[in-house]
Each structure stands twice: as C-alpha cells, then as structure tokens.
Design a protein around this ligand. Structure first.
Ligand SMILES: [Zn+2]
Length: 345
C-alpha cells in the first residue's frame, strides 16, 4: 500500500500546486470573472498539460480541477446542467494523471459564495452542494479531499463535516482577506482549533495573501494546533498596507479598470522564484509541511518551492546554471571579450 497523505507528512514536506484556474486563464482556456473550470469539458488537453507541468515541477499531488465547479457558480454561468459532467470529468482526468505519475489524487471543494451566516437556509444549501461534490470525489477514489479558500470558518466547518462523514482525510484551508480575522470575526487560531477539534487532518491557509502577509498568521496557527499545517500563499508581493492580492495597487501602471490589478494585471507584482523559495524554507523551519502556491503560481514557483525544502523534481534537470552564460558565465570555454563586456549589457 502506498503511504497516505498523513504518513507522507510525517516523513517530510509535501508539495501541492494550486491556482489552476488562474493559470488556465493566463493560458487562454478559462474566463476571468466567473473563474469556472469549463476547460474540463472544452479543453481537457490544456488541463492535462497543466497537471503535467506542475507534477514535472514538483507537485506531489494532483488536485481535481473542481474549484468553483459547484452548483452556485455553474448556475451563474447558465451551466448547472453540466455540473455532474464537469466534476466527473475533472476527477477522471486527475485520477488518470495521478496514476500515471504515482502522485496523490485529491478531490477539491471550496467557498460557495452562497453561504450567509444569518441565513440558515443557505447553510443547508451549501451542505447539499458539498455533499454532491464529495460523493463524486469518493466515487472516483480520491486519496483525500481539500476544502479550500473559505473566508467564513463556519462554512469550512460544514465542508469538513461532509468530508469526514464520507470518511476521507480532510485538508482544510482558510482564505484571509485584509483583516486578520475570518468574515465572522474569528481569529485564525480559533478557527483552526475549531477545525482541528471537528476532525480536520490538516489545517492552514491558502490563497488571497502573499508570502509576507501570510507568514505571521501561519506562526500563530502552528503554535495553536497539533495537526499538520498547510500553507499555500499567492505568489504576489502583498504588504501590511495591502495584505491581500485583491487590495494590491501597481505604482508602475494605474490604467487598469477599477485601478486594481486584481485579477488580470498582477504580473508586475509577482514574486520571483527566490522569494517563493525563501517562503518554503521559513515555513519548513516552523515545521509547516503541506506547502504549495495558489493563484498566480507558475511551474517555476513550484519547482523553487520543492527545491527549497530539499526535493529534486524532474524539472530540476533544467534549473538555472549561469556559469555557462555567454557574458555572465565563468566557464573556461567562454570568450573573454564577452565576459569583459558583461557590465555593459
Ligand atoms: Zn488561489
């Protein structure tokens, strides 16, 4: 029997690439706005290539691309009738690819945008949405299920309850916006403790915050819970003044509609691979072992993260070696006339 997620985490760090819908949008196969993964049916080859790119770069996990493939979102784009088809196809694509590469297969459910703390009917509705998606994931034989990007911790607790009733390992990650509290005003430590007490196997944070503004909250969570902790920031240069990627501004160019670069003009604010590697090192030093990068992640980020915690994914074969660069390199075969010109490049 291959080791399960918790056994793997007991052995050392595990890498999980996320942010599929962001990357597929950039590649031209998915529409920003609704961010629904219609790509699953319309361009499955693009999704398979993305799974390939992320596993090659070091992801130990293939997540089914079912983020926002829930009833509320599909209704908004008029495709509620395709709900089951999209979920099952995403799961089958991920399952096949995980089997081919010996990686772990994860189901995925997320924030619904239908949850309203004051409306008990919405609690029932989101539970039903999670139940149908979790059942499809169970039917597909997933190794575990990720419940992600919840900014209401109470909605995460409903998702967790559904996953645990299905007897699956649950990785629960909250998404923190500008405030250091969830939308119902719970601290991250209280929220993660509640999730732990309710049976979450891994708790932590994903999306919304970049490495710099996620790290302080991760420290608090790590100190508060006993279960493994997950950390999957977005690769953007958030700061105490602009702690979330939605709140970021770009001093270099203010011409975007609404003046905010989120979500499709964030490129100038992207973390480089060294910043992601630094995050990986710091997180692992705090014994945070479930590591990934969310919306905005490219394969180069995933490789840098994997290498920062001591892994050597297939893509490391092509990690930079500047010693052979014509002008900046040091190799003895290089021409001196070019090396001497290096400062003038
Ligand atoms: Zn994300």
């Amino acid at each position: 029997m291959p080791k399960n997620l918790l056994e793997r985490l007991a052995d050392g760090p595990v890498i999980c690439a996320e942010g599929y819908v962001f990357e597929l949008e950039r590649r031209g196969y998915l529409q920003a706005g609704a961010f629904v993964p219609e790509v699953v049916l319309e361009h499955p080859e693009a999704l398979i290539q993305l799974h390939r790119d992320f596993v090659h770069a070091g992801s130990d996990i293939v997540e089914a691309c079912t983020y926002y493939a829930h009833r509320e979102k599909l209704k908004i784009i008029g495709r509620e009738g395709d709900l089951e088809r999209i979920n099952k196809a995403a799961l089958q694509i991920a399952k096949q690819f995980a089997a081919d590469t010996g990686t772990m297969l994860a189901g995925d459910i997320c924030n619904t945008n239908a949850y309203d703390p004051k409306d008990p009917a919405s609690h029932k509705a989101v539970r039903a949405m999670f139940e149908e998606q979790v059942q499809w994931a169970v039917d597909a034989g997933v190794d575990f299920i990720v419940g992600e990007t919840f900014s209401y911790a109470a909605e995460a607790l409903i998702a967790l309850d559904v996953i645990k009733k299905a007897k699956k390992i649950a990785v629960m990650t909250l998404a923190m916006h500008q405030a250091d509290v969830t939308r119902e005003n719970w601290t991250v430590t209280d929220s993660c403790k509640k999730l732990e007490q309710a049976g979450a196997d891994v708790v932590g944070l994903n999306c919304i915050r970049g490495p710099k503004t996620m790290m302080p909250l991760l420290k608090e969570i790590r100190a508060a819970v006993k279960v493994p902790v997950a950390a999957l920031p977005v690769p953007y240069r958030t700061s105490p003044k602009e702690p979330s990627f939605q709140s970021l501004t770009d001093p270099g160019w203010t011409g975007v509609p609404g003046s905010k670069p989120f979500p499709i003009a964030l490129e100038p604010l992207t973390c480089n691979r060294f910043e992601i590697a630094e995050f990986g090192k710091q997180a692992l030093a705090m014994n945070i072992r479930y590591l990934g990068v969310c919306c905005g992640a490219g394969p180069h980020h995933i490789r840098a993260l994997a290498e920062s915690v001591g892994k050597k994914p297939p893509a490391s074969r092509y990690s930079a070696d500047m010693s052979k660069h014509a002008f900046l390199g040091t190799d003895k075969q290089l021409k001196k006339v070019n090396q001497e010109y290096a400062k003038q490049l």
